[in-house]
Design a protein around this ligand. Sequence first.
Ligand SMILES: Cc1cc2nc3c(=O)[nH]c(=O)nc-3n(C[C@H](O)[C@H](O)[C@H](O)COP(=O)(O)O)c2cc1C
Length: 343
Amino acid sequence: MPDLATRYLGLDLESPVVASASPGTATLGSLLQLEAAGAGAVVLPSLFEEQIAREVAVDARAWWSDLEQASASLGASVDLDAYNAGTVEYLQLIRRARSRLDIPVIASVSCSTPDGWLQYAQLTAEAGAHALELNLYALGADPQRPAAAIERAYSRVVTTVAAAAGIPISVKIANEFTSLGHTVQALGDAGAAAVVLFNRRQSLDVDLQALSGRPVVRLSSAAEIGPVLRALWALSARVPVDLAASTGIWSGDDAARAIACGARVVYVASAVLRDGAAAVSKIAAGLAATMTSLGLDGVDALRGRAALPAGEDPAAADRLGYIAAMLRTASSTSTVERPIPSG
Ligand SMILES: Cc1cc2nc3c(=O)[nH]c(=O)nc-3n(C[C@H](O)[C@H](O)[C@H](O)COP(=O)(O)O)c2cc1C
């Protein structure tokens, strides 16, 4: 059996498979199941700052009605009332998780004001979280606010929180940056020990009867892993932080691909919501099987093996890769026989 142990955020993890923030990590019962299934660490659902908590709770209820069926396998252990239920309950969940679990417990916060970030970071650290994930989320819809201003604000949050929290900080970002490498470097310079690539934004549906938009959250599919692999492949040898893969990890092979592109850990949310804690043991077993078939005895031997080496020019490699992919596609489609149009 290959060694799955890894280090992430300066913490020793027995497995790189981490249960990502979602209703699937919202109760002590589900956390215990995830640990028993072999999760290397757990990330609690985000605690949202009070002034946005009401809206979020409404959204969460809408999400939940879509997800209730899918997450039935977690049964009564998932209780939406425990999700974003409030600061007191959240801090209590951290304390109880710390006292009952042996694996690292990572808290997550999402705030809207500088004071909020500071206050919630300190509270979660005091409650005993091993590390803190900052769920940074800007819609980017203000025509007067340039990208650089948002990115500077992100870095300021990290600098403030890292100085005050006294525990390792990871930053979870969405896949919408013009210069992702610069953003990740800046977050590292600001004090982040890890960056999670990527959060998955809620999508929008339109109710054609009411003619109104309705935010929706759906489970991911394995096909969504592509942008995550691409970012890991391009950045992992170049940035001074641990990278976590999040979005589209459904199998051991998905996990192996992400680690081969340089991820230290793989985050799993949708698979846990659909299949319960068993998703974690399935992915870990699949990863071990893939490593065995490759003759690798530990994840350290796999990490970064498929990543773009530091000495290579990412832009040139990306361009060449694009041209090669186009040629492959062209040659495979040209072999398909098409009927000759008549007339
Ligand atoms: C219902 C639901 C709730 C989520 N809640 C949170 C959250 O509170 N904080 C957070 O950072 N990410 C949250 N996420 C995002 C997941 O942690 C994860 O990053 C994303 O779903 C992509 O991973 P996946 O493909 O394994 O689902 C949530 C995802 C889902 C589906």
